[in-house]
Design a protein around this ligand. Sequence first.
Ligand code: GCU
Length: 324
Amino acid sequence: MSLKKGLLPLIIGSIMMVAAPTYAAVTMKLSHNHNRNHPVQKAMEQMASRAKELSDGNLIIRIYPDAQLGDQRESLELVQNGALAMAKSNAAELEAFSKNYGAFNMPYLFTDREHYYRAMLSESGKSILQSSRPNGFIGLTYYDAGSRSFYAKKAINSPEDLKGLKIRVQPSPSAVEMIKLLGGNPTPLAYGELYTALQQGVVDAAENNLTALTLNRHGEVTKFYSVDEHTSIPDVLVISAKVWDGLSEKDQKALQQAADESMMFMKELWAKSNAEEKVKAEKMGVQFSYPEKASFQRAVQPMYDNLQKSNPEVYQLVDSMKKI
Ligand code: GCU
């Protein structure tokens, strides 16, 4: 990761020429748990190519999809100690590493997609990305991950329908609390284990955006997707604080700009992919329903009061994002 800066003396015959300074390229591995067809891969490919361009060829980012380098939790641990440069996680998983990311896990926080974007791009959104520095990583940018809804072997029309169901959640305290308030039994599992868990009945239901049905093939084993849109939890691109600190200022700027641009590229990709994946899910035989959201909203309201008491700092972030 060290930058070798040197003046390369070229001696041609008796004439000594001094060439431009040369820098050793910095190669960074980036791990994520989606497959090559997922929009997040495409956003990252564009980020990698822009980072290379903006750093005059100095920054080389190699993307490892499909959790080849470990699931999100394992990748994050490697990022924390600098053994891995970058990873994509999401705000739910990151809450276990650094509390402020939990602000995004509050249900029914945003009124619409533009509100969600205003929050990610706000000072509060940016402060969350920086807040994890003491935990060994920094967030570079957010990626749209739509909104999350329940999918199961039956339609979920109200919290009543979740009673007694084992529902897979991400390893996130907020997700656990939300499912309990809705009457289900939260079962934390890594994403890679979920297909088999649904297939074998280890869990009865899960919740995610609809790429889970198609790109992760969960629609093969669960045929009802109920659009209650309880949360909008962004994916987060993170970099090891050690690696970041080892980059030159120019490379830091290049990487940050490339990451910012890829977030806006993802905004377009996501809208397009969401429409396409919905059609594909319907072709797989998944039935969509659109429950009344009010009963879900009422059930999870205590999360706001609990957070205000248990963590005023995170509550403050939630409150500011809500009003943005
Ligand atoms: C989304 C998100 C992933 C996450 C997954 C999950 O798909 O993009 O980062 O792993 O949800 O529910 O675990």
